[in-house]
Design a protein. Structure first.
Length: 213
């Protein structure tokens, strides 16, 4: 599936309130400055009807950013950027969320950046990829006898354990990151960075939220 097709499919999911795959943060009246990490074409902001507040999305996908600017640029601000180095001032946002992209980042560094750009009492909202998802990828790789896929999945599994037991992740040989996330480890990571944490399930998704204290 092409990248844009993927994001358009995600837009359809986000717009369908009856779709069990749909998961989005609650937007409060006080959330006047919102940052979406891994925004794609801006599909989450479109579904959230982001019209009466400042909504900024960052992503490393040039095609997705270009598509977003061309189609939704009048309502959403798009920035081509890595989440580990957010090119925006400190204490800017009331809410920062990451709907699907967190597992593909240098998570400890991204959490520090999120804390930096959040205002006092600001919130973070993220979905997690548990070990069961990595196990599913492993079974698929073994079944298909795809050596490259198997190597990548083994990397994901190891990285998840590094995050769980040692609090860091390593890049793959391509320079990109990917891991699974242990809920307790993520709670500890957010708590160490000054957040009061709440974890809950939304359909098939594990959502972790934090508020700066």
């Amino acid at each position: 599936m092409r990248t844009i097709d993927y994001h358009l499919n995600e837009l359809e999911i986000s717009l369908d309130r009856n779709d069990s795959r749909r998961v989005l943060p609650d937007i409060l009246d006080s959330d006047q400055m919102i940052l979406d990490i891994g925004c794609g074409i801006g599909q989450s902001f479109v579904a959230l009807n982001c019209t009466d507040r400042t909504c900024i999305g960052i992503d490393i996908d040039e095609d997705a950013i270009r598509y977003g600017i061309e189609n939704y640029g009048s309502k959403i601000q798009f920035i081509l950027s890595d989440a580990a180095h957010i090119p925006l001032p400190s204490k800017t946002f009331n809410l920062v969320y990451s709907r699907v992209s967190l597992p593909y980042t240098n998570i400890p560094q991204v959490i520090r950046e999120i804390r930096r750009v959040l205002r006092g009492n600001g919130r973070v909202w993220m979905t997690l990829h548990g070990k069961s998802m990595a196990d599913k990828y492993l079974k698929e790789a073994i079944s298909s006898r795809n050596i490259k896929q198997l190597i990548h999945v083994i990397y994901i599994l190891i990285n998840g354990y590094l995050l769980k037991y040692f609090g860091f992740v390593l890049p793959f040989i391509t320079g990109r990151y990917e891991s699974w996330q242990d809920t307790s480890a993520m709670e500890k990571l957010l708590t160490r960075n000054g957040f009061k944490v709440h974890v809950h399930e939304v359909g098939r998704h594990t959502v972790i939220e934090g508020r700066l204290i």
